[in-house]
Design a protein around this ligand. Structure first.
Ligand code: XMP
Length: 520
């Protein structure tokens, strides 16, 4: 059955993916597309029967040279449209409204008043509520045939609608939790205005994913799965395993020498428990020799990505009848790499499973990515549903390039061992203090800087290390975890006294943005 779809055209806002998630949470399938692909989206809309289009926010001004624009054709499709922030200014710009720099740039919470409640977007929403604003331009004169439906103290046109078409727009961000009734506005748009039916259910997703893979691999060919040991690869393995059976799925786990202590053994045991066949490739020397002189983070990532590629290629050649390569790619990987391709947002770093791999295809292998439509929290929910052990579900993410991007500058075995010991202590303490599950990711970064210390009346000159502990919903934005000084002190004391090679610990108190979660 064709599921109802809401298409989101992304103009580069940091919140665009949130719109997609919120709408999926209320049971409707969404696709996020770069605005430059709008021509494709029109054919998409027609072929996939999109019931509505959302124009996202973005960091641009319609008054700058060459602002991101879309063709007006989209407004002739007779499909409801909802513009958010930049999306609102864009609608206004396209239909000759007037947009100017606001006198008071608004960032954060403000009070919003509905001045025309006779519209479906604000159905059952109180006249006054709190909304989340983040803009520097505002609409001064409405386009013809539009009317204002809401305002804030410093923005007289904070929401508008077309007088007789289903075109709505708001200056604030309904997708952000700080907008008190934001989810109700999205629900009103999706159900009331677009008349979507709830058809996005993870249970259906699982059944369909297994069915589709069964259909695609009906010739007893084998699948090689690039297996990292995280939740994405376990859920991918589960789906393929259920579609084609144990004998046709080979999980390949690469020991890069840049793993945490006992990681290989842990993953091996878990695969056995789940009845998955796993092949572990010892490639430690290979990775370390390629990386020994490298300092630049992007070059490190590219080298690691390429080495993974060569290893999978070699393995595919060794095993008879391999026709498919599976990966645990999820939707945020796709969004990141597509925004890189379209240069809508600048390239931040090459995540090894997407950007780090060479463009050429894997031998003649066909790619299978059953999770590529899902967000991380959806994968986790799916994992829970299919009974994946808690220790995998709750495991903090560990990047493909591993400790290679947590040792800043040159990598060598001595530094790897120092970092592994420090990591062990951190994990032990997080678990002892019952903090592991309440933070999203915690790790140590080893700096290439040494500093002077004193231990037992002796001078030391050792490496400094950074403690990075963050909380996040989706890893696209994050804040540092506000942990007690006592806990931080305990970690610092233990690492500096138990790990030879580190005599100083600092705590990273930066959010993402402006920083990223990993340092490289
Ligand atoms: P950043 O540093 O980009 O990290 O804020 C966001 C999340 O992604 C993880 N990460 C990676 N995961 N391959 C992966 O599979 C990679 O190359 C990679 N780089 C970063 C990071 O640990 C965090 O959870």
């Amino acid at each position: 059955m064709q599921k109802d779809l809401i298409l989101i055209l992304d103009f580069g806002s940091q919140y665009s993916h949130m719109i997609a998630r919120r709408i999926r949470d209320i049971g409707v399938y969404t696709i996020l597309l770069q605005y430059r692909d709008y021509e494709n989206s029109i054919s998409n809309l027609l072929s996939k029967k999109s019931k509505g289009i959302i124009l996202s926010g973005g960091p641009f001004s319609v008054n700058e040279n060459n602002p991101p624009l879309i063709s007006k054709d989209i407004f002739n499709l007779n499909i409801p449209i909802f513009g958010i922030c930049y999306g609102m200014q864009l609608i206004s710009f396209l239909f000759q409204g007037k947009i100017e720099k606001s006198k008071y740039q608004e960032y954060g919470k403000t009070s919003f008043t509905i001045n025309n409640s006779n519209n479906k977007l604000f159905y059952k929403i109180p006249k006054k509520s709190i909304v989340w604003m983040s803009h520097f331009d505002e609409i001064k004169i409405l386009p013809k045939n539009y009317k204002t439906i809401g305002y804030t103290p410093s923005c007289s046109i904070a929401a508008f609608k077309h007088i007789n078409k289903e075109i709505y727009a708001v200056q604030f961000h309904p997708e952000v939790k700080n907008t008190e009734y934001g989810i109700y506005m999205l629900k009103n748009f999706v159900f009331h205005i677009c008349k979507c039916e709830k058809s996005w259910k993870l249970k259906n997703f699982l059944k369909n994913a297994i069915k589709n893979i069964k259909k695609r691999i009906n010739n007893k060919k084998k699948v090689l799965l690039g297996f990292s040991g995280g939740i994405d690869s376990f859920v991918t393995a589960y789906i393929i395993h259920n579609a084609i059976g144990k004998n046709y799925l080979i999980c390949v786990f690469v020991d890069t020498g840049l793993l945490l202590s006992k990681e290989k053994e842990r993953i091996f045991a878990l695969c056995n428990k789940m009845n998955l066949s796993i092949k572990i490739i010892d490639a430690k020397n290979r990775f370390l020799s390629r990386l020994s002189r490298v300092i630049d983070p992007e070059i490190k990532r590219k080298i690691i990505g390429k080495e993974f590629f060569y290893i999978f290629q070699e393995e595919a050649e060794k095993i008879k009848d391999v026709e498919f390569l599976a990966q645990g790619t999820i939707y945020s990987d796709i969004i990141e790499s597509s925004s890189k391709k379209s240069q809508l947002s600048c390239s931040i770093k090459s995540h090894h499973n997407v950007g780090g791999l060479p463009d050429s295809k894997f031998r003649n292998l066909k790619i299978i990515e059953p999770l590529k439509e899902l967000f991380k929290d959806e994968v986790r929910k799916l994992g829970e549903e299919i009974g994946i052990p808690k220790e995998i579900l709750r495991k903090h993410p560990f990047p493909g390039p591993g400790l290679g991007i947590r040792i800043i500058g040159r990598i060598n075995e001595k530094k790897i061992n120092i970092l592994k010991k420090a990591e062990n202590i951190l994990m032990e303490e997080l678990k002892i203090h019952d903090i592991y599950d309440s933070v999203s990711q915690a790790f140590i970064i080893l700096l290439p800087i040494k500093s002077v210390g004193v231990m037992g009346d002796k001078r030391t000159y050792e490496y400094a290390a950074v403690l990075r502990i963050i909380n996040t919903e989706d890893f696209m934005t994050a804040t540092f975890s506000h942990l007690s000084y006592d806990f931080l002190e305990k970690i610092s004391n233990r690492i500096t006294s138990e790990v030879d090679g580190i005599n100083r610990i600092v705590y990273d108190i930066t959010s993402k943005p402006p920083a990223t979660i990993e340092w490289e």
